[in-house]
Design a protein around this ligand. Structure first.
Ligand SMILES: NC(=O)c1ccc[n+]([C@@H]2O[C@H](COP(=O)([O-])OP(=O)(O)OC[C@H]3O[C@@H](n4cnc5c(N)ncnc54)[C@H](O)[C@@H]3O)[C@@H](O)[C@H]2O)c1
Length: 256
């Protein structure tokens, strides 16, 4: 299907690569006019060129940078219909080795970054009396976790709480707020941090038998950004290949 976002202006934050790039690509295929914001200048401008988008370099942990990203969207396209805050970091670090600075850095990008993005996008959406705010949460934090993800889990559980609070506060302005909770998605970020053995162990843990792709996640974002989701607010969609389902490790054994 094409044209589901025809005429819509979308700002995707954390879009240089990985899930964010997948979201931007899917939105472009559906006719959205795009602004991509990212801290990365190695891949960011090339991704924007590939998708016919405007690129702006920002650090989403800074409020003024979130405001700059929104200002660029308004300058180029005159409005803002969809804001996706996908930028996130997931350094592997046990709690006992995490310093206050490490903690603040993960909070700053993932959680304060989500607040910054919402705060900055609200002004034009409030004026328009319409808008979609979308966030990348995770199954890690809200539902499950693993060693080395204390700060990360706290941010993603926090994002879900923030989604509900913002959805309620912004409902009177016609602005909906939702999120996607990906499971294990094969992205550049995951490949940098995890070896082939980890990826195989994940495949074994996922009922659908494979890690997800950025496009799998992007399809859920597209639905939430589209007209079909106009009555949905304050919730999240899990995209995890069934990873949350098993009660135990024997889930592939079928009854006789
Ligand atoms: N890959 C997974 O398995 C998975 C699972 C659940 C949730 N997530 C979430 O999805 C999002 C994307 O993950 P990914 O695997 O594609 O990661 P990635 O590292 O491949 O991409 C993340 C992007 O965010 C950008 N970014 C990082 N810090 C930033 C900052 N301060 N300001 C602006 N941009 C910044 C990076 O430059 C990069 O382009 C993250 O929020 C992550 O927590 C990923």
């Amino acid at each position: 299907m094409t044209g589901r976002l025809e005429g819509k202006v979308a700002l995707v934050i954390g879009a240089a690569r990985g899930i964010g790039k997948g979201v931007a690509k899917r939105f472009a295929e559906e006719g959205a006019k795009l602004v991509l914001a990212d801290a990365d200048t190695k891949y960011g401008p090339a991704t924007a060129d590939e998708l016919g988008a405007v690129f702006v370099r920002i650090d989403i942990s800074r409020m003024e940078d979130a405001e700059t990203a929104v200002a660029v969207a308004l300058e180029h396209h005159g409005r803002l219909d969809i804001m996706v805050q996908n930028a996130g970091i997931y350094p592997w670090q046990l709690i006992e080795n995490t310093t206050s600075e490490d903690w603040d850095r993960v909070m700053g990008v993932n959680l304060r970054g989500s607040f910054n993005a919402a705060r900055a996008a609200l002004a034009p959406m409030k004026r328009q009396r319409s808008g979609r705010m979308l966030f990348t949460s995770s199954i890690t934090g809200p539902h499950v976790t693993s060693p080395g993800h204390g700060h990360y889990s706290a941010t993603k559980a926090g994002i879900n709480g923030f989604i509900r609070a913002a959805a309620l506060e912004f409902s009177g302005y016609g602005v909906t707020v939702n999120g996607v909770e990906p499971g294990n998605i094969l992205t550049e970020g995951v490949q940098e941090q995890r070896d082939a053995a980890f990826i195989r162990s994940m495949e074994d843990a996922i009922p659908l038998g494979r890690l997800g792709t950025p496009q799998d996640v992007a399809n859920a974002f597209l639905f939430l950004a589209s007209e079909e989701a106009s009555y949905i607010t304050g919730t999240t969609i899990i995209v995890d290949g069934g990873q949350l389902l098993p009660e135990g490790a024997d889930f592939r054994i079928l009854p006789p």
